[in-house]
Design a protein around this ligand. Structure first.
Ligand code: TRP
Length: 458
């Protein structure tokens, strides 16, 4: 299988040096799905659903994935494959100097996301270890507080970043590929199994009702609509050039449209099934009040409770679950650091080693702030969400109005149905995405402002 990060090394230097490509379709899909599936699906999606009024959020999320997520993924794919460069260089090459700013916004966004993403991944690792060493905690709400305060979250964040930096620095070794090849399907199976088990719990009905019965009021709430859009970008790794960078390693005959649909549906599948675990379990175990006190902790409070309930088998399942989730987080984190690293190499002619270490150290230091404060973590999440929506907005404008003949790139390798939809997709990108994503940008900005105001008591 192709190793995108090794490939990247060979690109630097002169344009004419041949750029390696993913050897197989599966290699690309795996890398892109590995980037998309992570904490966004298992941690962020259920917590956003709790904040966004349950089922209405789920429906809006599906709509946003279809209407803006998949077209935007196609935009990033086309720019990346056409230019064969990382975001800053790609946008400069296809659109001129000023567009490089959009690439720079993406790099900054990636840096900020990874700095708190790693903190949460650290919690996941800690839960896995806790399961191995002492079993899962009987009082999950209190345990979550212990986990997220004091010096421990810093240490786990540091440890996680060391692994991420090592992987990006030395290229993606066979190890991580093999690990994700095994662990990603394992994660799907475990989550699916847990969803079935959750269905057997007495008292789970309330959880399903909350998750699956939308209220009309929420469906029309503009803030909820916008949050669903922001979550779609985050979960699909869109709006900052990660998918763009992956597509730059893609061969010319790949069917971009089909891949976008495949990646988006796998990503949604994982998130949806995660909800089918979290909400029934919260209802059945009577954890509702603990979760509403800390929606950020929904996953971390609900699941250990479930594992304790399941007895000895639960301990094994729980350890496997958190281990697999840590791998999912790792493949996503690698994609985030890779975008920053590749851009530093391109712009400053640095070696891969120093770029990865330099970027990694800065990100690790920035991450000390969210490691120390959940408020800061929430603030960074809201800030980057706004940046992702801005990035998405300008990317749609770029592909719709600036890039030369983007449909030619979308049609390359596409056949049948997937080729026939290109004109409709282009119409969408030009005329519908700017107003819809613009609306999302506005409300994500407002949400950021509200978060700032409540955090600082303004
Ligand atoms: N999509 C990943 C997740 O759901 C996180 C992620 C990886 C990401 N790369 C990204 C989010 C780029 C936004 C942009 O966990």
């Amino acid at each position: 299988m192709a190793r995108p990060i090794d490939v990247e090394v060979q690109k630097h230097g002169e344009e004419s040096i041949q750029r390696e490509v993913f050897g197989t379709r599966v290699g690309f899909i795996l890398a892109a799905v590995g980037s998309a599936v992570g904490l966004g699906n298992m941690w962020r999606f259920p917590y956003r659903v709790s904040e966004g009024g349950g089922a209405a959020f789920v429906l809006l999320y599906i709509a946003m994935t279809l209407v803006v997520g998949i077209p935007l993924m196609l935009c990033e794919f086309s720019v990346g494959r056409r230019s064969r460069l990382s975001p800053i260089g790609a946008l400069k090459k296809e659109g001129g100097r000023r567009w490089a700013l959009l690439g720079a916004l993406g790099v900054l966004t990636g840096l900020l996301i990874l700095s708190y993403y790693s903190v949460i991944a650290g919690w996941v690792v800690r839960y896995a270890l806790a399961g191995i060493v002492a079993g899962f905690p009987a009082a999950p709400g209190e345990y979550f507080n212990t986990i997220t305060t004091g010096i421990a979250p810093i240490l786990y964040h540091l440890a996680f970043m060391v692994v991420v930096i090592t992987i990006v620095m030395s290229g993606v070794e066979k190890g991580i590929e093999r690990a994700s090849l095994v662990m990603m399907p394992a994660l799907f199976l475990i989550v699916g199994g847990l969803a079935i088990w959750a269905a057997t719990l007495a008292g789970s009905g309330e959880g399903y009702a909350y998750y699956l019965t939308p209220s009309l009021g929420e469906l029309l709430n503009p803030a909820t609509i916008a949050e669903a859009g922001g979550q779609a970008f985050f979960s699909l790794s869109l709006g900052m050039g990660a998918m763009l960078t992956f597509a730059s390693y893609l061969s010319r005959d790949e069917n971009l449209n089909r891949e976008a649909v495949t990646i988006a549906s796998s990503d949604f599948g994982v998130a949806f099934v995660a909800g089918l675990v979290v909400f029934p379990v919260i209802a059945a175990l009577g954890l509702t009040s603990q979760v509403s006190a800390s929606t950020v902790g929904a996953l971390f409070i609900a699941l250990p409770g479930a594992f304790v309930e399941m007895g000895a088998a639960g301990r094994v399942v729980g350890i496997l679950f958190f281990a697999a989730l840590a791998v999912g987080a790792l493949t996503s984190a690698v994609s985030l650091l890779e975008v920053v690293t590749a851009s530093i190499i391109d712009e400053f002619d640095a070696t891969r080693r120093s770029a990865a270490v330099g970027a990694g150290v800065v990100i690790t230091l920035v991450g000390l702030v969210p490691a120390l404060s959940l408020d800061a973590l929430g603030l960074m999440d809201a800030t980057t969400e706004w940046f992702l929506t801005l990035g998405a907005f300008f990317m749609a404008i770029f592909v719709g109005w600036r890039m030369r003949d983007p449909s030619a790139e979308m049609l390359r390798g596409a056949t049948g149905f997937f080729a026939s939809i290109v004109p409709a997709v282009m119409f969408f990108i030009r005329w519908l995405m700017p107003p819809i994503v613009g609306f999302v940008v506005f409300y994500a900005g407002r949400n950021l402002w509200n978060t700032v105001a409540t955090t600082f008591g303004l």
